[in-house]
Design a protein. Structure first.
Length: 266
């Protein structure tokens, strides 16, 4: 019997059938609403704490979107609840800031794995266990970026439990030296960008036999010294196109698994 808690079935607002197998995972509730606005049909099935869950159909396949807020523990709760409700494919999309110099403004980072400095994933399994993306999600995200003509890089991302204050951000000019050292260590080995939510989801999905992937878009406009909120539309379209392509591949596999090859992007 499942242990009852305040987040079970997103505060008791969801039941089996309310969540699709394909789920777009993102930090922001507003982004969930933006996903749903592009669907053929959409309905809100839960709005609980940081979790907004919408379900509908898009290009003929069932789809859900779930916000998680910020941080690994929040993500872990979302994935556990979504899995109990029937989800098995997760694609996390969001905006990011770069760790490497060669990541350009507006460029997409398609993760192949994540450094596990998030904290929460360590509650699931020892640190030697990899946080890796499923190869089908990587392939679908690359295909989506190509189709949308979005510049992209594929590589390792870093997950930290705290982004930590820089000198100009911290109260009274406090500087989080440990976080700065960790960021530098990631930079030195070519980690592309940093987040705080991906590794937990990737570890959970590998343990449970699910598919999961991650893509972030660099929203830091260095030329104008600002964070560009307009990149959110790219995030939305990339997430939708990736799931559409993956669902099309799954349909072909179901039709004839022995003859499966990478389908054309329609």
């Amino acid at each position: 019997m499942l242990r009852d808690n305040v987040h079970r079935n997103f505060g008791g607002q969801c039941k089996k059938g309310d969540v699709a197998p394909y789920v777009l995972v993102t930090g922001s509730k507003d982004r969930v609403r933006s996903f749903a606005a592009h669907w053929d049909t959409a309905r809100e099935v839960a709005n609980h704490y940081e979790y907004l869950v919408c379900t509908g159909t898009y290009s003929g396949f069932p789809i859900s979107a779930c916000s998680t807020g910020i941080g690994g523990m929040s993500v872990s709760i979302a994935i556990e609840e979504l899995a109990q409700l029937g989800a098995n494919t997760f694609f996390r999309v969001g905006v990011t800031s770069p760790l490497v110099d060669e990541l350009e403004y507006g460029e997409t980072v398609i993760a192949k794995g994540a450094v596990r400095w998030d904290g929460t994933s360590l509650d699931y399994v020892r640190p030697e266990y990899p946080a890796q993306c499923h190869f089908e999600l990587i392939m679908a995200a690359v295909s989506a970026a190509e189709h949308l003509r979005y510049p992209y890089k594929v590589g390792v991302i870093g997950d930290l439990s705290s982004l930590g204050p820089e000198r100009e951000d911290g109260f009274r000019g406090f500087l989080g030296r440990k976080t700065r050292e960790m960021s530098r260590a990631l930079y030195d080995v070519g980690v592309i960008d940093g987040t705080g939510e991906s590794a937990t989801m990737l570890v959970q999905s590998s343990i449970y036999g699910f598919r999961a992937g991650v893509a972030n878009i660099n929203s830091v406009d260095k030329a104008n010294h600002r964070w560009d909120a307009k990149m959110d539309e790219r995030v939305i379209l990339l997430g939708l196109e990736t799931m559409r392509i993956l669902a099309a591949w799954d349909k072909e596999k179901e039709a004839s698994i022995r003859k499966f090859t990478t389908p054309e992007i329609i």
